[in-house]
Every structure is written in structure tokens, then in C-alpha cells.
Design a binder for this molecule. Structure first.
Ligand code: FES
Ligand SMILES: [Fe+2]
Length: 378
């Protein structure tokens, strides 16, 4: 494929280039040009379409175990209040129905959410319980509720979709369950979560996390010993996900027993998967790490990541070591992505040939998914 050394900032051109890249033959895959990672009009278009239409992982189910447990976040400009209300976890708009104040910050537990501006109070079901001194004839508190978004649980993760009509998450992730069910992902227990802002485009982190090509180069001390590039193997993909296996060398012992009956092969590798658009994760016998990407601008993201462990096999010191290791790994990736982000603005950032199926086949899967989502809109 020929990519001229010139910059186009026309949205229609960038959409056309995406379609071209995705249509490249499987044995001659090609990456997106730099403009696809910097252009504000493309980013806005993505926000309005495939990002808003997608299911986004916002945390782990075991972060919200008691009624009233809540967490807050901003997703694509929408302030969200995610709350356990009895058996269900619900996603509300974190915006007071009176004049728009956010109702809660951070995370915690509350049996009601009292607005700190004029003290309107809402229940964990989003209903307005109290609006002091309100005698306005046109106002009926009984019909006043917080705005809601779609919210569901799969694999122990909480997913939210901002679209009016959410896609069928089971169709999107069909096949992912078969891939990771053996690890019993819903039984992992969260031990750590953190958030930080990275100066890179959201697609760059999806691609980075999902390809094994860089492992030995970028992570020589942290990952190469366990998951060298040469042992990366493409895993299955489906409508809305892709995966690869980061296999451990034969001389490395399995790290933990994991779920009962977990097969030897699954104990001897990490399975990395992306649930498009914005979740990338790694599951292994004892450890489940998820990076939940929240696009902020064309060139910045919030990365909210969680670490969960299986059973009690890992003691506190070992868990601390794993957290420190993942902090190092994330820092190594972040440094590369932030440096690359600057270079992607160049006229010569035209995109390049991708490596083969086992190394960057997942990147091609992502481009195909992006193009298919994009084609749904005129
Ligand atoms: S803005 Fe919330 S009570 Fe006024
Ligand atoms: Fe990496």
C-alpha cells in the first residue's frame, strides 16, 4: 500500500484510509497513519460514534458489594455515578436534576446522595427522595430521577454503554467467554486500582497492549523472562474482541494454580484480550489485570487499571511485588507511547507494514473492527 508523505486532516479522507488499511490482505497488513492518532475531527467523530456506542469497562463487580457502594468517573465527557442498588449495579448520570451539580466524588458508600448545592437527595435507585422547599407548581418530585445509562456485568467486570440503544454485549464478546472461562474470571478478587493520565491517543494503547511484538524490546527486565516476543501466539478473535497468548518459556514454573482444573497450558501463559473499544486485559492463573482506557482528547487518555488475584495463593508481599512489576511495565509502555505520540504528527508518519499474525495480528483485528464500526455511519 502506498501512503503519500502528506498530511490530510479531512475527516472523510481519514475514514477512507481506515477502510483501506482494514481491507489490506491478511498477509500484508498495514498500520494507520499518524494523523489517525492526532486529528481532532477524527477524535470527535470517534467520540460521537464508535466510542459512545461501545461497552466500556468501568471497574470490577467486587468493588461494589454492598448496597450504596459507589464509584464515579468521567467517560467521554459524561460524569457517571455507578452504584450498587440491591442485586443490581446501576449507572446513573452524576448530575443533579436541579441545576447540574455533580452528586458524588471518588468512591465510597452512601444510602442516599445529597447534592451539596441545595440538598436535593436521591436514593440508590436514582429516585429523588427529597427536594427541600420546592413548591413550584410545575415540579413533581415523584417523576424526577437521575439520568441512566446501560450497565451490565460480564466476567466480574462492570460495563457501561452511553448510547441510547446499546449493542448486544454477548454478541460483541461472543467467544471471549470460551477463551477465558477456564480461569473463572468472576472469582478473582480485586487488590489494587489506580488511575493516571497518559499523553497518547486511545488507539495507540489498545494496539500496544495487544501486540506481543514489543515485549522483549520494551520490557527486557520486566516481562522478557516470562513472556518473550518469540513465544507470542495469536489467539481467537470475535465480533468485538481479539486476543493473543503470551507463553512462558518451558524452564519457567507456572505462577500459581488458579481455578480448579485449569489445564497445564493455560497455567503456562498469560492470555491477553481486548474488549473493544477501550478495555485491554491480561488473565493468568493467579492474576487478572485490566486497563480501562478513557479517551480524553486526541492525544490524551486516562488509564484506570485494576489488579485482581485468584484465591489466596498469593501472599501480601507477592501481591505487592506484582503491583510494582505492573507499575514498571505500564511506565515502560507509557514512555514509548508518549514519545511516539509526538512523532505521529510528522508528515512522514505514514503508517507502515505490520508484523505477522502472531505478533501484530491483533492490531489488524482492531483496525478491522474500527472500520466495521465506522462503516455503520454515513
Ligand atoms: S444543583 Fe443539586 S440541589 Fe441544586
Ligand atoms: Fe508493553
Amino acid at each position: 500500500m502506498n501512503n503519500p508523505a502528506s498530511i490530510t486532516t479531512k475527516l472523510s479522507d481519514l475514514r477512507g484510509i481506515l477502510a483501506q488499511c482494514a481491507a489490506a490482505p491478511a498477509d500484508a497488513p498495514w498500520s494507520l497513519p499518524g494523523q489517525s492518532y492526532v486529528d481532532p475531527s477524527l477524535f470527535q467523530h470517534e467520540c460521537d460514534t464508535l466510542l459512545r456506542d461501545g461497552w466500556h469497562c468501568v471497574g470490577r463487580v467486587d468493588e461494589l458489594t454492598e448496597t450504596g457502594d459507589y464509584l464515579t468517573l468521567n467517560l467521554l465527557g459524561e460524569p457517571l455515578l455507578v452504584v450498587r442498588d440491591g442485586r443490581e449495579i446501576k449507572a446513573f448520570s452524576n448530575v443533579c436534576r436541579h441545576r447540574g451539580m455533580p452528586l458524588a466524588e471518588g468512591h465510597g458508600n452512601a444510602n442516599r446522595f445529597v447534592c451539596r448545592y441545595h440538598a436535593w437527595a436521591y436514593g440508590t435507585d436514582g429516585a429523588l427522595l427529597r427536594a427541600p422547599r420546592m413548591k413550584n407548581a410545575g415540579f413533581d418530585p415523584k417523576t424526577c430521577k437521575l439520568g441512566t445509562f446501560h450497565c451490565t456485568e460480564r466476567f466480574g467486570f462492570i460495563y457501561v454503554c452511553l448510547a441510547d440503544t446499546a449493542p448486544d454485549i454477548d454478541a460483541e464478546l461472543s467467544g471471549l467467554g470460551d477463551l477465558i472461562a477456564r480461569y473463572q474470571p468472576e472469582d478473582y478478587r480485586i487488590v489494587h486500582s489506580a488511575g493516571e493520565v497518559w499523553q497518547c491517543n486511545w488507539k495507540a494503547l489498545v494496539e500496544n497492549f495487544m501486540e506481543g511484538y514489543h515485549l522483549s524490546v520494551v520490557h527486557p527486565q520486566t516481562l522478557h523472562g516470562y513472556t518473550p516476543t518469540g513465544l507470542s501466539r495469536k489467539g481467537p478473535s470475535g465480533v468485538g474482541f481479539t486476543s493473543y497468548y503470551a507463553n512462558y518459556p518451558d524452564n519457567i514454573p507456572a505462577r500459581g494454580e488458579g481455578a480448579p482444573g485449569l489445564d497445564k497450558e493455560s497455567k503456562h501463559r498469560s492470555t491477553l484480550f481486548a474488549a473493544f473499544p477501550c478495555q485491554v486485559a491480561s488473565v493468568a492463573a493467579s492474576l487478572l489485570v485490566s486497563l480501562n482506557i478513557r479517551p480524553l482528547t486526541p492525544t490524551s487518555i486516562e488509564v484506570h487499571w485494576t489488579m485482581s488475584v485468584f484465591g489466596d495463593a498469593l501472599d501480601g508481599d507477592t501481591i505487592d511485588q506484582r503491583i510494582a512489576l505492573w507499575e514498571d511495565v505500564n511506565r515502560e509502555d507509557r514512555e514509548k507511547l508518549e514519545a511516539m505520540q509526538v512523532a505521529l504528527g510528522s508528515v512522514h508518519a505514514t503508517g507502515g507494514a505490520l508484523a505477522g499474525e502472531d505478533y501484530e495480528g491483533t492490531v489488524r483485528d482492531f483496525l478491522v473492527w474500527l472500520a466495521r464500526q465506522d462503516a455503520k455511519r454515513p
